[in-house]
Design a protein around this ligand. Structure first.
Ligand code: 4NP
Length: 152
């Protein structure tokens, strides 16, 4: 079983979409996918309505998800931790107990564009188009992740 964690700031916009998209592409018997946020403001909440809507548009239901905080234990529970932006990267790495933990953390868009250090923009304060853009970026990255997982 490979365990993958998607992380953003609030765990209501970007990482719930990343979780839902990757789950839709992989075999749940061999790949476990979850998401978390580095901030706790939205803990226990459903994903943002706009994330729910864009996922639904592409046939993915993310309404079973509830936001939760990223925890130090997640370094042990997951094999790979994909962050959406550099600020998430810094916040997650601050909690890392050792270099092995830091090695698990990767900007998700580096899967689509290796070594580019590109970020998934935070769509929270933008309009619907921001969510379409984020969906497309995450779908491409998750397709790459899926192909890698098939070759493990
Ligand atoms: P996310 O977006 O990190 O993609 O879930 C955000 C959601 C909420 C906030 C910031 C970003 N917030 O400040 O409440």
């Amino acid at each position: 079983m490979t365990r993958i964690l998607m992380v953003c700031l609030g765990n209501i916009c970007r990482s719930p979409l990343a979780e839902g998209i990757l789950k839709s592409k992989v075999n749940p018997a061999t790949v476990f996918v979850d998401s978390a946020g580095t901030g706790a403001w939205h803990s226990g909440e459903l994903p943002d309505k706009r994330s729910i809507a864009i996922a639904k548009k592409y046939g993915i239901d993310i309404t079973n998800q509830r936001a939760r905080l990223f925890l130090v234990e997640d370094f042990d529970k997951f094999d790979k931790i994909y962050v959406m932006d550099k600020s998430n990267y810094i916040n997650v790495c601050k909690l890392a107990p050792n270099n092995n933990a830091i090695d698990k953390v990767e900007l998700i868009l580096n899967e689509s564009f290796p070594n580019s250090e590109l970020e998934v923009p935070d769509p929270y304060y933008g309009g619907e188009q921001g969510f379409e853009n984020v969906y497309n970026m995450l779908n491409d990255a998750c397709e790459k992740i899926k192909i890698q997982l098939e070759n493990i």
